[in-house]
Design a protein around this ligand. Structure first.
Ligand code: HEC
Ligand code: HEC
Length: 204
């Protein structure tokens, strides 16, 4: 089942993309186009990095390789989310790398404590996650860590609860199929434990 976003959001998006295109006609420079593509993301992911709507993930400061993989997965349909598939199709290939690098270089908005400085004790079962998402849950950042994790394991610390738990449930239920490892791991964890993990991670 694909994830549906409200009709209203889709209309807003279409208007935005259309206005970005109209601006292209007035000033077709590559720089102007680049900024227009980037500002499309802010509509939902937030102009200050804090998402506008509950359940939309924080992407500022997330690893560039991870962002690029997700864009690829939205495009191929391995990650079946109508709204993001639509957004991704509006960005010309020559802008994708630059837009993701720009977002990755920004500072993760500190919604809570600052990303795992001194971790409070967490629910059981989180030790295994650290092997890939790293001790502080800031994500795999070095090539070695990414290789060990079987891919660019993203930052989880301080990501919003609604988004984390939804992703974990989707992996567990086989709806999200872009990481067989994560799917197998999540299927083995009871729903209540997944919920407790998501709450804990969101507070870091
Ligand atoms: C209309 C709203 C909207 C716009 C505009 C939008 N996004 Fe998203 N984005 C979402 C939603 C909703 C999700 C969560 C999808 C899901 O549930 O899996 C998401 C998820 C993502 C993810 C996955 C994050 C993760 O942790 O896995 C990335 C990466 C992303 N968006 C990048 C972008 C970029 C880059 C842009 C601009 C070019 C953009 N988005 C514009 C709504 C939007
Ligand atoms: C073997 C390595 C590995 C282990 C162990 C692991 N993960 Fe992951 N995880 C990944 C990778 C790689 C991804 C990115 C998958 C993709 O390509 O989209 C991921 C993605 C995720 C996501 C999606 C985040 C987002 O922004 O959409 C969540 C949530 C998550 N993991 C939670 C956990 C939790 C909780 C645990 C421990 C119970 C765990 N993971 C253990 C490798 C791992």
């Amino acid at each position: 089942m694909s994830t549906k976003i409200g009709f209203g959001a889709l209309i807003v998006l279409i208007v935005l993309v259309a206005s970005a295109r109209a601006a292209d006609n007035q000033d077709p420079s590559a720089d102007r186009k680049f900024r227009a593509r980037l500002s499309t993301c802010s509509t939902c992911h937030g102009g200050n990095g804090v998402p506008k709507v509950v359940g939309i993930p924080i992407i500022w400061g997330q690893d560039a390789d991870y962002l690029l993989k997700q864009i690829h997965d939205f495009e191929s349909g391995d990650r079946d989310v109508e709204i993001m598939t639509y957004v991704v199709k509006q960005i010309e290939p020559e802008f994708v790398g630059g837009v993701m690098a720009n977002i990755a270089k920004r500072k993760w908005p500190l919604t809570v404590s600052g990303g795992g400085a001194a971790l409070p004790p967490g629910p059981p079962g989180l030790a295994v996650c650290k092997g890939c998402h790293q001790n502080n849950f800031l994500g795999a950042s070095t090539p070695e860590a990414k290789q060990l994790a079987g891919g660019p394991a993203p930052r989880l610390a301080g990501q919003n609860y609604e988004y984390l738990v939804r992703q974990m449930n989707r992996f567990a239920e086989g709806e999200l199929r872009n990481s067989p490892t994560m799917a197998a791991l999540m299927a083995a964890i009871p729903p209540a434990d997944r919920d407790a993990m998501a709450r804990y991670l969101s507070r870091l």
